[in-house]
Design a protein around this ligand. Sequence first.
Ligand code: ATP
Ligand code: ATP
Ligand code: MG
Ligand code: MG
Length: 245
Amino acid sequence: MAKSEYEYVREQELDDRLPKFNWIVVRINGCDFRRFSEIHGFEKPNDERALNLMNSCAISVLEQFPDIVFAYGFSDEYSKILSLSLSFFTSVYVMKWRNFFPTQELRYPPSFDGKIICYPGLGGKLVRDYLSLRQYYCHINNQKNTCLWMLVKSGKTESEAETSLEGTRESEMNELLFQQFGINYNSLAPMLRKGSSVFRDKVEEIVKLDENGNPVKRTRKKIEVEHCDLTRKDFWREHPDTFPD
Ligand code: ATP
Ligand code: ATP
Ligand code: MG
Ligand code: MG
């Protein structure tokens, strides 16, 4: 087939393959979700319908792409492996919107940005540390937002609340929540404090009962959502299909 005279513009399409022997992290983050969450009446600081929608999108992405080992998310962001997941995540978000917000119409098309990060080496230490850092940010973000929105609910404007929290140290936030609002930070739902981890786990299932009425079991891999502590070394050993080394 003769080449078109316009073919030369393809030379600008650079090779976008990533180097081998890397764990590839794709971080997906809602674009301007401050506005999106306001327009769609998200409860503050944490709308659990919105978090469950994000988790459900992550499950669909893991179902779609078997090479993805692990996904972790909080607020409007999700970290996961492989770049095609970004557009798939976005379209699943739109498709599933009604299941999680049956009475709130989707008022404009949401978008997410994606960022790729490579962690070299066949061992999993760097990815584990990356996920531990995201989980630390989840905690900082949630602790601050919980204080902020409690102050707003008790009569301050958002910017007054921001100002009054300036300079408050991490260690003082729990004290503030307890003294002023009687909230024990550690009693908040694990999903809010720890974020959500999505991964394949071995589960034992009863397939049928044999002729003596005893259960016949089978193990299979199931995609699960947990709100676990990712800084705990044993977590990775207990889940050998992730990055235990
Ligand atoms: P990549 O994932 O690298 O983009 P690709 O297979 O999508 O791979 P492109 O260079 O984007 O490669 O080419 C698009 C392909 O889709 C071509 O094979 C083209 O013939 C086909 N295609 C796209 N749009 C149409 C269309 N409207 N009707 C028929 N074929 C189409
Ligand atoms: P950018 O485009 O730079 O990411 P952004 O407004 O999305 O801008 P982020 O730092 O990603 O900024 O913050 C996410 C915003 O979305 C915060 O304002 C947060 O309160 C809101 N948000 C996200 N998820 C939820 C949720 N489940 N419940 C309530 N608010 C949420
Ligand atoms: Mg965002
Ligand atoms: Mg974000």
